[in-house]
Write a protein that binds this ligand. Structure first.
Ligand code: NAD
Length: 337
């Protein structure tokens, strides 16, 4: 189908970023400003003091987007909506908070209803690799998950079911009400200005924190969740932002992978961080900790084919930048917000 130029996010349109106080939402606001967008509205449930990034030139609001009334207030006057808001975290959080994760369905549902009500033209939804079927992720040498591997459905319990349901909600709002929805399945995004402690952090930040802490505490060992042989791929935030932009401007209506295809084991990820620090540590494997699926990576055939682009920042480079930021925070005695 041909694109309608009026639908594509343009500089003169008003744009809502939901979840703007979070890791990716905060970076997205900064990225849109860098790209020249000026009419931005940023909303998050967290008090301003807890936002990772906040730009004074943006219309910033603190609102609970599980409520339809707050979604209508937030979307009012907006042409474009980016939904990055969700109650989520790494494996430690999502395995132990399934009901909280599923309640994020209220955010996406009410944002879609509000977008339909006010006539917003384009809607971005941040889905996840957690929608993929568990039976496709039982081996460490995962060849990469293709978009069709989400069905027959067997997603991550709680969090993954919510994402899969919300993906379909986007599809049906597009089919039935004409809102141009775009859905990206993020695979493990990492980078500065995100959570690195407190229980919601993901593996790259957690490993940086543990390795930095071991040095600060003059210790030579760290705890690693599981046997460390489980595999994943990790996408640096700059690739994520570029991907969001390209997907949002495209005519790709079906959910599409947005992730790195550089698959590593958790032990290899620890080695990368050790090399950044210049020390080798003893690993205490905690086999009772939440581990998630055995093997997961992104197959990037579709994004390469449809957009002529795919994430390419190496894990080594991205982790060096992330490590430097987390070390700076920890040396300054700061905690995640
Ligand atoms: P994040 O936790 O840093 O940001 C999410 C933000 O949503 C938080 O600031 C939170 O306060 C806000 N939020 C939660 N409930 C809200 C509510 N009721 N009303 C308003 N705001 C609310 O997470 P993130 O890493 O920035 O993730 C952004 C999106 O990308 C989420 O939808 C997440 O599921 C998805 N995703 C992220 C990753 C990743 O690796 N970071 C991977 C897959 C999918």
């Amino acid at each position: 189908m041909n694109s309608n130029a009026r639908d594509i996010p343009s500089i003169d349109q008003t744009i809502l970023i939901a979840g703007a106080g979070g890791f990716i939402g905060g970076h997205l606001v900064a990225d849109l400003l860098r790209r020249g967008y000026t009419r931005l509205r940023a909303v998050d449930i967290k008090p301003f003091g807890e936002w990772y990034q906040r730009s004074p030139q943006v219309d910033n609001r603190v609102l609970d987007l599980q409520s339809l009334g707050n979604c209508t207030e937030s979307v009012n006057g907006c042409d474009v909506v980016y939904n990055l808001a969700a109650d989520m975290g790494g494996m430690g959080f999502i395995e132990n908070n399934k009901a909280l994760c599923m309640l994020s369905v209220l955010i996406n549902t009410h944002l879609l209803m509000a977008a339909k009500e006010v006539g917003a033209q384009r809607f971005f939804y941040a889905s996840s690799a957690c929608v993929y079927a568990g039976y496709k992720q039982k081996e460490t040498d995962n060849p990469g998950l293709r978009e069709e591997d989400a069905y027959p459905a067997d997603p991550e319990d709680g969090y993954g079911w919510e994402k899969l349901f919300s993906e379909r909600m986007c599809r049906h709002f597009r089919e039935d009400f004409g809102i141009e929805t775009r859905v990206a399945r993020f695979h493990n995004v990492y980078g500065p200005h995100g959570t690195f402690d407190g229980g919601r952090e993901k593996a790259p930040a957690a490993i940086c924190r543990k390795v930095i802490h071991s040095k600060m505490a003059d210790s030579d060992s760290i705890e690693v969740w599981g046997d460390g042989k489980q595999t994943r791929s990790f996408m640096y935030i700059d690739d994520c932002l570029e991907g969001i932009h390209r997907i949002m401007e495209s005519e790709v209506r079906d959910p599409i992978n947005l992730g790195s295809d550089e698959m590593v084991s958790i032990n290899e990820l620890v080695e990368i961080v050790e090399r950044i620090q210049g020390r080798t540590l003893e690993r205490r494997h905690n086999l009772d900790a939440p581990k998630g699926v055995r093997g997961r990576s992104s197959d990037n055939a579709r994004i390469s084919d449809l957009l002529g682009w795919a994430p390419s920042i190496s894990l080594r480079d991205g982790m060096a930048r992330t490590y430097a930021w987390i070390e700076e925070q920890m040396l300054a005695g700061k905690k995640s917000l």
